[in-house]
Write a protein that binds this ligand. Sequence first.
Ligand SMILES: Cc1cc2nc3c(=O)[nH]c(=O)nc-3n(C[C@H](O)[C@H](O)[C@H](O)COP(=O)(O)OP(=O)(O)OC[C@H]3O[C@@H](n4cnc5c(N)ncnc54)[C@H](O)[C@@H]3O)c2cc1C
Length: 405
Amino acid sequence: MSWWGLMQPQKRQKVVIVGGGAGGLILANSLARREGFSVTLINDTPYHYYLPQLLQIAFRGDDSQLKRELVGLVKKNVDLLIDSVETVDLNNRTVLTRSGRSINYDIVVLAPGLSIDHTAIKGNDKLVSLYGDFHSTPDNAWRTFNVINSLKKGKLVIAVADPGHRCPPSPYEGALLADEALRARGVRGQVEITLAVPYPRAYPAETFNEVLEPILKERGINIETFFTVDTVDVDNRKMTSLEGGELSFDAAIVVPIHRGPKVKVVPEDLKTEDGFVKADKLTNRIGDFDDAFAIGDSSTSTTVRTGVTAHLEAKVVEKRLLGLSAQNTGRTNCPTEIGFEMGTFVISDFNHPSVKLPPKGVFFIMKRLFADTYWDVLKHPEFWDPIFDVYFEATSPEKLWKMFP
Ligand SMILES: Cc1cc2nc3c(=O)[nH]c(=O)nc-3n(C[C@H](O)[C@H](O)[C@H](O)COP(=O)(O)OP(=O)(O)OC[C@H]3O[C@@H](n4cnc5c(N)ncnc54)[C@H](O)[C@@H]3O)c2cc1C
């Protein structure tokens, strides 16, 4: 570089982030404190939703942590746009929005999460309008709450239709919290709970199943294996599975089919048939593009769709933009509430299966602490990053496997 070049201020890279959820917001606030970047964050609603709260609504009627306004969560030098992104054109480095904006970028990061398809299973849209669910919207979670609070007898079925659903332990938490709520109402003896799953055992990962299945059994929850929901017949109160099974119910909740985000990506072959953005598992790079990344639920790089994964991927992208050679490790850290103020965690990484972490009261407290600190973690990554580094190191699957063989 010439002496004249050295005198010039370095051009700041314009980073456009699509989606201000768990991944996009952390990345925006992380990059905003770095020199050399200008950050634009585009979200289609003025709010950030804390999705784990859907479980608390559905089974406890508690929406206290559900949402906050994004404007109060972004750092002041993040340029926040409330608009819906329709197309990301990687060839022309352009983001097009519903309101007609055309925004150029140097770097683009897709973090628009996923979309829920209630119509993919015949009859499920009608089922949801009656019994709700805890994987789509707050309204649907409130519907489930009303059912759990009015059911007096009969059969309650919770069925998993999509093995790729958000938060792997969430259907089990749903069944166990339903058990807790029905016991509290004194009607558990009259309500049979069945958890129907597509897997050969209750929980897909064999090691964690050793922890969870005995708990489900102890709580009297029936487990229906090899049951991938195919159709729901609300009038006759029964559902069928692709494997040829049939279950009758008085009330039922289906963990619905998940699809990729409703954002067009050009070139179009960079999305899967289900609409997820194809990105590298280790680096989150989209295809061969050096200037485009996809993180969190929207991306095929995400093997386990959790907020923690989206957060860790955001950190990898941040480091890569700073010129470091960071890579994803596949670390999971899913706090799993089992009711009665007890909990455990699903902890694994690419090299270690889920640890057999026995349930403890302290893990329930940790889950609650995560929820309480969530908003501060989003806004102040500079404070929380070193704390998380210590936490993830101390609870690495390698170390935990030695403690809980
Ligand atoms: C019941 C339940 C329990 C869960 N429990 C846990 C848990 O205990 N721990 C955990 O780590 N994870 C948990 N999760 C999963 C976690 O919430 C998600 O994996 C996480 O939110 C994914 O983050 P994301 O940034 O990829 O997407 P999201 O958080 O979904 O954010 C996507 C953002 O993009 C915006 N957007 C969408 N489309 C557009 C568009 N076209 N233009 C602009 N903006 C757009 C959305 O409004 C949203 O703000 C749970 C999920 C559920 C449903």
